[in-house]
Structures are given as structure tokens and as C-alpha cells.
Design a binder for this molecule. Structure first.
Ligand code: HEM
Length: 268
């Protein structure tokens, strides 16, 4: 396998049965525990905020959730004012946790995530074009992808940008931090940012929890790891970089061991 392994690092080759088996047996780390915990905390807060926020939108022109949902939420929490209180409390908790993550995890988590995850490259643009052509029935191939594919990157941009807008506008609305014309703009921006994230959420949850070929990504949101075969097939550029670093690291270790051996032989 050792000579084949190096050749796998070269072009994106078709795998033989032995390589497939070997890659399937090994796994590589995709997510840190802190990122996994933050993701599920974020998903839980979204569930609470959508449930309460939907019930709060009750005007005749802009009601989103059905009437029975509003009635259910009000009977659950006691009054519309209590529904609003739960909405604001969950929002403030969310803001506080994200602020801690942003400040203390800036170097270790936030910056690497932004550079690896959010910024699209040329391959991503080709991927988006070819993915559209594939959906239209054309026969084209997709270029290799990094740790996240171009679709995930676009959704990531919406989530990171939208989250910042939701937090700032939410704080302005909840605590009347600005003149009333600014609060009115904040309400509009708050809805637009929630709408942008919410519209992609169905695809995100479908891809993450339902689509069989993405099942390893779903499990990785609990274990932090994916099988190398999945990484090789879906995120080849990331897998290759990972292997190159591993190879460099092994070669460094071997060089150090050889140098130590030589030194002790000279001393004898
Ligand atoms: C039941 C709900 C959800 C499921 C099943 C789910 C599933 C997943 C899965 C499987 C991944 C890993 C993708 C990969 O590694 O390739 C992921 C990542 C991600 N998800 Fe979700 N997700 C849910 C809710 C949400 C919500 C509500 C948001 C944001 C509003 C969100 C934003 C993200 C982001 C930004 C990532 C990138 C990973 C990271 O946190 O760095 N997810 N999700």
C-alpha cells in the first residue's frame, strides 16, 4: 500500500478495491469538540428562536406561522409577553456563547474556519457552474473540493454574515439601543437575515441528516471524524493536504531518529 498511497496523492485517481477498503478502514479528524458542541447549541437555539419568533409575528399582513401555532406557544408560556421574553433570553444566551467562542476561540477555531471554510476559490466557482449543469442533465465532472464544498461555503457565508446581522439587530430591538427609525430598519434587517439562513436550512438539514451519501458528514457532527474514503471522494483537496502534512511529519520523525542513531553511533 505504501507506493500506491503516494500515487493516490498525485492525481485524483480511480480507486482499486484494496485502496477503497484501506481508506474506508481509516478515519481522519474533521471537527473539534468545541465546534461540534457549538453547532448543536446553535441548532437548538435556532429551534427555540424560530418557534417563538414565528409565534410573535401576528400582524394580519405578516403572519408566518399558522394561528394554531401562536395559540400553542402562548398557552405554553402563559402570554405573548412571556413568548417574547423567552425569545429575547435565548437570543441573549446565544449572543453570549458566540461572543465567548469568538474571543477565546478566535485563533484556534474562528480564523481557520473562516479561511478554510468561507472563502471560495476558482475550483469552487467551477464546481458551482458544473453542479448547475449536472442538474440540467449535462455530462460534466466536478472539480475536487476542500474541507467544505462550494455549496456549503455559500451557506456558511450566509450563516456567519446573517448571524452577525441577527445579533446586532436583535440587541437594538430588544433593548431600544437606537432612535426609532433605526429600530424600524433593525426589524426589517432582522427578518431578512433570518429568512436568508432559514431558506437554506432545509437543504442543509436534508444534506446533513437525510442524504445517504452525506451520512459520514452527519456522523462527523458527533464523532468529529470521517472515513478517509468519504474525504477522498468528496473533499479530495482537503484529504490530500492532510496526507501531505502527515507524510512531512513522518519524514521529519524518521530524519530525527536517523540523526539520533548517527550521533549515538559516533559517541560509541
Ligand atoms: C437538525 C438540524 C441540523 C442538522 C442535522 C445539521 C447537520 C450538519 C452537518 C452534518 C454538518 C457537517 C457538514 C460537514 O462536515 O460536511 C453541519 C455543519 C454546519 N452546520 Fe448544521 N445542521 C443542523 C442545523 C444547523 C443550523 C440551524 C445552522 C445555522 C443556522 C447550521 C449551520 C452549520 C454550519 C455553519 C456548519 C459548518 C460547520 C461548522 O460549524 O463549522 N446547522 N451541520
Amino acid at each position: 500500500m505504501s507506493t500506491r498511497k503516494t500515487s493516490l496523492l498525485e492525481p485524483h485517481v480511480l480507486l482499486g478495491a484494496a485502496d477503497r477498503e484501506a481508506l474506508q478502514r481509516r478515519s481522519i479528524k474533521k471537527h473539534d469538540t468545541a465546534v461540534i458542541l457549538l453547532h448543536w447549541f446553535n441548532a437548538s437555539i435556532w429551534a427555540v428562536e424560530l418557534a417563538t419568533g414565528g409565534a410573535l409575528l401576528a400582524g394580519p399582513g405578516y403572519q408566518i406561522a399558522p394561528g394554531w401555532w401562536r395559540t400553542f406557544m402562548i398557552s405554553l408560556f402563559g402570554s405573548p409577553a412571556m413568548v417574547l421574553k423567552v425569545h429575547i433570553t435565548a437570543g441573549v444566551l446565544w449572543t453570549a456563547v458566540l461572543a465567548v467562542y469568538g474571543v477565546f476561540g478566535f485563533r484556534k477555531y474562528l480564523m481557520p474556519t473562516v479561511s478554510d471554510y468561507l472563502i471560495p476559490d476558482m475550483d469552487d466557482l467551477v464546481w458551482l457552474k458544473n453542479r448547475t449543469l449536472l442538474m440540467l442533465g449535462k455530462r460534466v465532472s466536478l472539480p475536487p473540493q476542500g474541507i467544505y464544498n462550494a455549496g456549503q461555503k455559500l451557506y456558511g457565508l450566509a450563516v456567519y454574515g446573517g448571524t452577525a446581522v441577527i445579533i446586532v439587530t436583535g440587541l437594538v430591538m430588544a433593548f431600544h439601543l437606537a432612535p426609532s427609525w433605526v429600530v424600524r430598519w433593525a426589524i426589517l434587517l432582522h427578518f431578512l437575515a433570518v429568512g436568508a439562513i432559514f431558506s437554506g436550512l432545509f437543504v442543509h438539514v436534508y444534506m446533513g441528516a437525510v442524504l445517504p451519501e452525506e451520512r459520514p458528514a452527519f456522523y462527523s457532527m458527533f464523532t468529529g471524524k470521517v472515513p478517509e474514503l468519504y474525504a477522498y471522494r468528496h473533499h479530495y483537496k482537503w484529504w490530500r493536504r492532510y496526507k501531505e502534512i502527515e507524510l512531512d511529519w513522518r519524514q521529519d520523525l524518521e530524519r530525527e531518529a536517523a540523526a539520533e542513531r548517527r550521533q549515538s553511533e559516533e559517541e560509541i
